[in-house]
Design a protein around this ligand. Structure first.
Ligand SMILES: [Zn+2]
Length: 462
């Protein structure tokens, strides 16, 4: 019997990334002009968002601004946008690998994928459709779906960005168009937008942080529509006199690829299945407990990392490590990999090995269910939220995002607060704790009505 995989917030990306067309300048340079093409815009890691006019309620519902090409056109620089040659306005020669869909000048742009309205093998866009002799315009006209790009305006003069936002605001009716701090705001997105935001935020950040070749230290440039970075010594016109050839020039043409850092995160359950082990990081706000987690190290399997982290943080030996689901975490580019594992609750706990936790404790199912049922069990004050964000800078618990509806709660409104607090469902830690509490920590599928996020078709928005 097969079961559908669990879809966490930020995952379930509905875009067809069309990775085989990332080298195709005819496709990329043409589809930018398609009327249905949409742009996610970032400034210093902050996405451009739309906030509805009535923001007086505690639950401010923001959405990603999806600008049209005619909005952002002034910021894209001269054509060609991809496969730029040595001089402005020139198309790169076709047979130079380091120039495949390369962008040597202008604000960083990146092809995210196609949101297809029709997904079939007949509409699958083979790369041969974009060969030199193909009728590109007809192919583009026949594409059923909306292409998505990202644009990073961090280094664009402010007055140019402001002019574009002013023009786009005319189409935004009464909604406010502004760059927003993503960690809390993005958790109120529809699942579709959460997933494309995660892809774009990871890639924009990676392109912004990596400026030099890791092999020889020369500057790099963008290739493959933003999905690779290539050493400038590989450009056909590069003056490499007196330099040793860059190691990326030989063998596999080993360009720099985007990175994803895996973190294991796990619930530990006792042998009778009625208790769960949770921890409190020293930097977290009062009463806050969550799953233990940690980065995978080179030479480790996921299972190894689960066992090592639990030994280091709580002095616990675990076995029967079972995968649950994973969650992209775009701050900046982590993949949270969720597990359940088993341990004896009779053995002593100790947190003084790596000294990361303030406390590790076994909780009963009744205790956890009481917190989950409490109106403020996964609700954090603004002060709590700030503490978690600060802690996340130094560790990596994915608990630092809080729906703004929660964040808006300045102080407990319930006379009797919860005994402790747990992460919300937008973080995988909250999901796997809840799954255990509801009796779904074995190999069974998630119970109907539990926290599965469904990716829905987006509403048209600016
Ligand atoms: Zn190099």
């Amino acid at each position: 019997m097969s079961t559908d995989p669990y879809v966490n917030f930020f995952s379930g990306n509905p875009l067809n990334r069309l990775s085989w067309l990332r080298t195709s300048q005819p496709f990329l340079n043409s589809i930018i002009h398609a009327p249905s093409t949409r742009w996610l815009v970032f400034n210093d890691g902050q996405p451009l968002a739309l906030t509805p006019p009535d923001d007086s309620s505690s639950a401010v519902k923001q959405s990603l601004a999806r600008l049209h090409t005619h909005h952002v056109r002034p910021l894209l620089g001269p054509e060609p946008f991809f496969a730029q040659g040595q001089n402005e306005g020139e198309l790169a020669p076709e047979d130079v690998k380091s120039l495949e869909a390369a962008r040597l000048r202008g604000a960083p742009i990146l092809f995210l994928g196609l949101h297809e309205t029709e997904s079939s093998i007949a509409a699958a866009l083979p790369s041969t459709d974009f060969s030199a002799h193909a009728d590109i315009k007809t192919v583009i006209d026949n594409i059923k779906g909306d292409a998505y790009f990202s644009l990073d305006v961090t280094d664009v003069p402010k007055e140019e960005v402001d002019a574009v936002l002013k023009a786009a605001a005319v189409d935004a009716s009464d909604s406010k168009l502004a760059f927003v701090e993503p960690r809390s705001a993005m958790t109120t997105l529809e699942p579709f937008e959460g997933a494309i935001f995660a892809e774009a935020r990871c890639m924009v950040d990676w392109n912004a942080r990596n400026k030099f070749c890791p092999s020889c230290g020369s500057p790099v440039h963008s290739a493959w529509a933003g999905w690779k970075l290539t050493c400038s010594t590989l450009l056909p016109w590069a003056d490499n006199a007196g330099k040793k050839p860059c190691p990326t020039a030989t063998g596999l043409n080993n360009f720099s690829h985007p990175r994803t850092d895996a973190v294991v995160i796990m619930t530990v359950i006792n042998e009778t299945g009625d208790k769960v082990l949770l921890g409190r990081n020293k930097r977290w706000p009062a009463l806050f407990y969550s799953c233990m987690s940690g980065f995978i190290e080179p030479g480790e399997s996921f299972e190894d990392a689960v066992q090592r982290e639990l030994w280091e943080e709580a002095g616990v030996k675990v076995w029967d490590v079972r995968y649950h689901s994973s969650q992209p975490w775009p701050y900046p580019s982590t993949l949270m990999v969720g597990f359940h594992a088993t341990a004896s609750s009779d053995e002593p706990l100790r947190t003084d090995l790596d000294n990361e936790l303030d406390e590790a404790r076994w909780f009963t199912r009744e205790e956890v269910l009481a917190v989950l049922a409490h109106a403020e069990g996964t609700r954090l004050s603004r002060a709590d939220q700030k503490e978690l964000a600060a802690a996340a800078e130094k560790t990596n618990p994915n608990v630092n995002e809080v729906p703004s509806a929660y964040a808006a709660a300045q102080a407990p409104t319930h006379p009797a607060g919860p005994r402790f607090k747990l992460p919300p469902l937008t973080a995988i830690g909250g999901v796997i704790i809840r799954e255990w509490a509801h009796g779904c920590a074995g190999r069974q599928p998630a119970a109907a009505g539990s926290a599965t996020v469904t990716v829905t078709t987006p509403n048209a928005s600016l």
